[in-house]
Design a protein around this ligand. Structure first.
Ligand SMILES: Nc1ncnc2c1ncn2[C@@H]1O[C@H](COP(=O)(O)OP(=O)(O)OP(=O)(O)O)[C@@H](O)[C@H]1O
Ligand SMILES: [Mg+2]
Length: 380
């Protein structure tokens, strides 16, 4: 890991009136650009820890460093910190102040002193990223829970922070929105934001995290790659968690086939890659900017020269354009994984992909090489 962007040193915090501390001597380092998950059961101290990351709470003892410097708790220090670290709280109601959706998202950027044109551009971009562009004038009091959650995330994104900290971002979201949110986290990661998430959803954490920090009753009991933690079932049990299904399936299949457990697959296609042999199909990526039509697909299909071609989507723009496009896709969510599974079975596939996500898809394909799969790929 390079220099940590956030570090806690012996951080202890006790809520007034409580007998025992909610954080007890926590020392952890979050690397710049490292996909980080804070994992822990209910009451483990995740939210309490996050309140320290933007200076909302001050340690009872110990300290918090941002970018190598101790956090300053005077007005200027906090202002500076909060322009660089945005924390999305677990409960969106603790964070929504504006009367309308657009007022609420504009609040943070305006406070940064940005001019109105820049504020407007940020509001538009942030609302598009969380799929709320059509709700700008809605009263924030009359949004559903999931909509309020997405709004609070848009507010944080609009700050364009170096570090985006999200406390249980998928809790209360429907399955499509949860997937979209993880795609968004991936996009922000690729654009250079350090994304930190807390969750007790071990499957989500396992698929996404480069590094996890595990809390148990306010104490940090593990920091590092996921497998080092999940390999000890008693430790996982005592932490109030379970092992991720992908970790268990890999273990069983490797046992059955006499294969080594490493490399550990984190996704379905990494697992299939590890197990499958035989010829692979070709993988065509079709970047989509602001329009999607059957003729685009025709050109890809004729380039492939085949008939049994599977078609998938990746990214929010593609999904938004789908209903009016007339494009007959086979996979909408998660198009990459489904198309790649087909490709591993020997079929040619076309993935319509948001222009801004092409690099993400290319890196997912490259990652499969660690699992023994090389797929002929073309970006049209
Ligand atoms: N406002 C408060 N006053 C007193 N104790 C609190 C307060 N908020 C949290 N605690 C206690 O601090 C501990 C850690 O709580 P915290 O909310 O940080 O856990 P968490 O890991 O975020 O849990 P969850 O998964 O339920 O969100 C718990 O024992 C909780 O009861
Ligand atoms: Mg919490």
């Amino acid at each position: 890991m390079g220099d940590p962007i956030i570090e806690t040193q012996d951080l202890t915090f006790r809520y007034s009136g409580n007998d025992s501390p909610s954080l007890d001597g926590v020392s952890l380092r979050i690397g710049r650009g490292v996909r980080t998950v804070i994992l822990g059961a209910n009451g483990a101290g995740k939210s309490t820890l996050f309140y320290h990351f933007n200076g909302l709470f001050r340690p009872s003892s110990g300290r918090v460093l941002f970018d190598g410097q101790p956090v300053g708790y005077r007005r200027r220090g906090l202002r500076e910190l909060r322009s660089r670290v945005a924390v999305v709280l677990q409960n969106p109601d603790d964070q929504i102040f504006g009367q309308t959706v657009e007022d609420d998202v504009a609040y943070g950027p305006r406070n940064l002193g940005l001019d109105e044109r820049e504020v407007e551009a940020r509001v538009e971009r942030a609302l598009a990223l969380v799929g709320m562009s059509g709700m700008r004038d809605r009263n924030t009091m009359k949004l559903s829970y999931g909509q309020r959650k997405r709004l609070s995330i848009a507010g944080a994104i609009a700050m364009e922070p170096e570090v985006l900290v999200m406390d249980e971002p998928t809790a209360g979201l429907d399955p499509q929105m949860s997937l979209e949110l993880m795609e968004l986290a991936e996009q922000l990661h690729h654009s250079g934001t350090t994304v930190v998430i807390s969750t007790h959803d071990v499957d989500l954490a396992y698929a996404w995290a480069d590094e996890i920090h595990v809390l148990r009753k306010g104490r940090l009991i593990y920091s590092g790659e996921s497998e080092g933690f999940y390999s000890d079932p008693v430790q996982v049990y005592l932490t109030g968690l379970i092992q991720p299904s992908m970790f268990l399936i890999n273990k069983s299949l490797c046992d059955m086939r006499g294969l080594p457990e490493v490399p550990f697959p984190r996704t379905e296609t990494q697992l299939v890659s590890k197990m499958a042999s035989g010829p692979k199909g070709r993988f065509v990526i079709l970047p989509v900017r602001d329009a999607m039509s059957p003729s685009m697909v025709d050109s890809a299909v004729s380039w492939l020269g085949g008939t049994e071609i599977r078609l998938g989507l990746y990214g929010t723009t593609c999904r938004r354009l789908l209903p009016d496009s007339g494009v007959p896709v086979d996979y909408v969510f998660d198009g990459f994984e489904s198309c790649m599974s087909q490709c591993l079975m020997g079929r040619d596939v076309v993935l319509l992909c948001d222009e801004g996500c092409v690099d993400i898809v290319a890196s997912k394909i490259r990652r499969l090489e660690d699992f023994g799969t090389v797929v002929e790929t073309k970006v049209l």
